[in-house]
Each structure stands twice: as C-alpha cells, then as structure tokens.
Write a protein that binds this ligand. Sequence first.
Ligand code: GLA
Length: 692
Amino acid sequence: MSSHFVPGPTYDGWLPGLDSLCYGGDYNPEHWSEEVWHEDVTLMREAGVNLVSVGMWNWVLLEPREGEFDFSYLDRLLDLLNENGVKVALGTPTAVPPAWFFRAYPDSRVVNSTGTVMAPGSRGMAAPTSPDYRRLAKRIATKLAERYANHPAVALWHIHNEYGAPVNWDFSVHAQRAFPKWLATKYGTLDALNHAWGTTFWGQVYMEWDEICLPSATPTVVNPAQKLDFARFCDAMLRECYVMERDAIREFSDLPATTNFMAIACPGTDLFAWGKEVDIVSNDHYLWAADPRNYIGLAMAADLTRSVAGGKPWMLLEHSTSAVNWQERNVAKQPGEELRNAASHLGRGADAIMFFQWRASLSGAEKFHSAMVPHAGTDSRVWREVVELGKTLTALEPMRGSRTEAKVALLWDQESLWAQGTQWHPTVDAQGLERMQTFYERLWRDGITTDFAHPGQDLTKYKLVIAPASYLLTKESAANLTEYVRGGGTLLVSYFSGIVDEHDRIHAGGFMSPLREVLGVWIEEFLPLRAGDTLRILDLERPEPKAATSRPADFVLTGTVWADHLRLDGAQVQATYADGPLPGGAAITRNELGEGKGWYLSTQLCVDDLAPLMERVYVDSGLWTSGLPDGVEMIRRIADDALYTIAINHTDMPFSMMVADGHVDLLDNTPVGAGLLIPAKGVRMVRKPLTD
Ligand code: GLA
C-alpha cells in the first residue's frame, strides 16, 4: 500500500480523475458482441455517462479453469472505455464463483438453517467461512489489482456485490467450525460466554467450545443471545471477506474501494460497522412498487446511507430507470419519476447517480428488468429521460461535494434490530423497523431532514434525538443519551426501549432502568394489546394549534400494540389512557433534566397521530416544520460558497414555494423570483451564493 493513501472512513477524496458528479450504471458487455460495445460507448457519450461498474459477474470469464487466467476480454473492454472517456468502477467477481469452484469444493456451498445445501446455477456467494472460497477470492482480487491498478480507466474498486444478499446466514460445515472460534475470541472463557448467554436457563451450559452449535432448526426457541451472536458472526464473516479483498487490492493500488450496500433492505448487515471499512460509501436502492408513497422509503434509505458515510458525499451505485423484475407486480416508473428519484438521492447527499443496468439483457433471470438502454432501444421514453438526466447532472456540477445537514437523528442500531427480531417477546406486533419508518415518515412529512445515528456516538450536534425502537441499549449508550439531554438536547423515546444489554439480558433494576434518570419514569409492567385493539389517549396539555397540521385542541389520539404501567419519578404526564388495560395511566410523559428534556411515548401512534406530539417535541427542540404540503419534498445541500435547494413535488398540483432573494435556477441559470414554482410531479433545483 502506498504511504500517501488514507483509507477508510477518513478518506476525503472523490474518484481520482473524475472531478464531477458520476453518472452511469452496471455494464455487462459480456452478453454482447464487440460491435455492440462500440454502439454502447457512442450512446454513453450521448447520455453523458462517465462511470460504469464492470466485472462483478466475470469470475468464470477471467478464470475459466482453476488457476488459468485470461484477461483479454477485460483488457479490450477497459481500453475501449478509456478511449471514450468513460471511467470504471472495477468489480471483483467474488459474488459468483464459477461452476468449477462448486464442483471442486462442494462443501463451500451455503447451507440454510434447515440444512438444505444451496446449489449453483444462481448467484450469491459461497460460504464466507470456506477457506477455499477465501483463498480463491483473494487470488482473483489480487490478480485484478496487479493488472489494472494503473489502468487509466479504473477510478474505483467495486468489491463483490451486495454482501448479505441473497444469502446472509450460512449454516455450512465451515460456519460450524468458525463460530466457536469466533466466540472464543470474543469471550475469552466459557464462563464468560455461559454468563452472557444465560445458559443456566434450560440447562444449556457449555463445557467445551466445540459443543456450541449454530442456531439452526431447534426443537423450540433457540437461546436469543446465541442467535444475536450468530447474527453478529455472520455479518463479521462477510466483512472479513470484504477486508481481505480490499487489503489484497491495496498491495497494488491507491484507488479508493467500496462495496454496494442495501440500506434498510439488507437486515443482515450492520452498516455503521461496514461504513468504517469502505473509502467511499455506496448504496443500491430499488423502489417498493406496491407502495404508492415509496419515495419516502427512498428518502429514508438515502438518509441512512449519508449517515453511514458520516455526512460525506456518497454514491448511488444502483437504482432502476423504470420497473424491476423481482417484485410481485413490477410497476413501471411514470414519466418524470426517475428524475424525482434521482433528485431525492442527490439532495440527500449522493454525488453519483448510477443504474442497474446499462443495456437490458436478452437472457437470464433479469431480462425483464429495466435498463438505461431498454429493449425498445433509443426511440423510447426511458432513453430520452436517461439522456435528459445526464444533461441535468452536468448542470448540477457545482453541487458536488456539498453536504446535507440534519438537526434531528433517529437512533439506528442494527444489533438492537437483530435482538428485537428474536422470538418470545411480549408481542409480535412491536416491529422495530416499522416503528423507525413511522417516525421517519412523520419527520419527512414535517419537512425535517433526518440523520440516523448510533446511540453510542456523539449526538451533541442534534437538537432532537428520537429512539423509535432501542430495545437493546447498553448502559454506556443510555448514559450517552442522558448526558446529551443534560447538556440541552431533546430526546424522545418510544416504547420497548432500553430493555436489554448487549447480551440480550434484561437490565437489572427493571424495564428501561438505564433511561430512568433521563425520562423520569419507570415501568412496573408491560401491557401489550390484543391484535386490533386500540387505546384512546387524552392530551392533558391541549396546545394552541400552531400550524396547518395542528389538530383541534381537544384531540384524542389512538394508540395500538402496546401500553405500559408507567410509574413517575420526576416526569410530568402529558397524556393519559382513557381506556384499555390501565385507564387513567400515563401514556406520554416529559421530563426535565439539566438543560434538556426527555419525552416518553408508551404506545404506538400512527403517522397522523404522531403530529400533535411531535409539534410539542419540536417546540422543546427549537425546530420548525417546513409548512410544505404533504407530498412536497425540500432538501438542502450546503457548500462553503453556496446553498443548494432541491424541491420535489410528488403531487398532481403545482406548488409555489417562497424563497429568499438571490436564488438561481441550476438548470438554466436564470434568477428565481420570490416564488419558486414546482410543477406537478416536477423538480426544481436552485442555488444561492453565500457571501460573507
Ligand atoms: C441488485 C443487484 C443487481 C441487480 C439488481 C436488480 O441490486 O446488485 O445485480 O440484480 O439488484 O434490481
């Protein structure tokens, strides 16, 4: 590795040789004759494509038999792309070991929890713990780095593809060997492990490391702490594979490395841990077609990706020009929808807008997936929009490197989501991710840009921190939240939070005891509801309506899923239960600690019913809602010399938004008046210079 290269999350550069926003997609020319490659590069120039990802599926082309290498195809391809000014994110093909690999090393196949061995003929990596897989994956990555480290087309290493998909949990013989070793490193002694896992319960005490099994199918519920550690182990094994390839490449290359995440869509990967290993964070995002408001899910994934990147610009490595092919009903994007999607990613910090894939495939499992060059060819709406987007990105060039900033953070801890996903909890209805989504949507509708933060990190830059579902919360993280509030922050905690430690052990001292000081309440008993039951909640404070979103002063809110028998220890009751298991009991509380406030919500509210609560929480936090109508999205990016505003109208009605003097339209460079008109289903992107 060269001495001047600063790798990892501190890498502050962009793609060498690409001083621009990136535009392009996955390019799989191995499906086509070389004549078509020439047509491709001509079309890429027409569309303004400056970066393509190649090679992710090429292991068998590059190593047709074990130990026999042939790079002639890739040599020709990279030279052609270079001659045409298209840079390359060079993929390592380790997500698709060749058929010869699986025949030679059949025990490297992934095994699922019921013991079914996964056959080749699809994709998805081999068992990440297989020594043969690791040895040969490292070798092919090394060969690529040796050969192409200094190729002028290569700007980025794209290692593997979507770690954790399609297989996250592996129960192979290699995993069985590696798991006890990993546990021994983690715990040091069996006593420590037995204590952490609470193995005296049901007589599970282990006397030897090799007695410990993977949590595959068991007669009844598996030890939840074992399951939590297995999730950590599987994620760690995938990350070891990434780090192994990255470090092998660094022996030869100074170029940054990434691997494409699937923020929110891949529950097996702990993204904050992965974010520390990549030089540039990148993400793939696909709309959920069944959801007519899927642009909110897009925004959430983009905000999570930016947060994993520590606020730095990141790359959208894949999304789709129109329909995907793998959902039940693959709805085509409407005219203009792709631009709205791209604008939201850009506004939320993406400096690269890329697609799966460049040219639609004639064969294989993804032949019905949309592409930049669709089956219909260039006389098509999709192609025209692709060309238009290329022009738009060129006009947005000044925005590159600017940052999206947030004053609110939702706490996101993958370990907590894993732990909350274990069985035999008070109710199956308390779903962690769903609650994150509800709070996120509330903030989105209120026009408040949101970060995601780990509960243990420094939170002082945020005015408001929300814990929608912090089931697993270590004492240290709870102390961090307490100090955050003492120092002036506002914290809002929703039910079933602060319950267990890092080993899924209930905190001694009662449910939520580590948050007792900051919230001023404690829980005598959980009171989960029957399916479909609701609770009426009476607001005691009856705030004056403050905005168009305010509800009548004497509102009644509807809770579902959960209630607590809450006991007060300093907090003031803001709302009570009118019925349900504990009429008159506290439903919402507010506590003052030091300079800050700690709110607790002991039931589940829908997005609408969260509004009046959030209004008051915003007042405590010194935050304002944007006042924009539901469906109009506005995001800001800030640079030293300018403020960029991206406004997206997802509704069928045009909307005019007030903006300060001095804004200029980024697309045509014309000054914008006081009212910025955002056409129905349209996008406006404007710049305001910042002067001293
Ligand atoms: C994923 C993969 C791509 C492709 C797309 C299709 O993101 O990385 O190779 O399969 O899905 O949507």
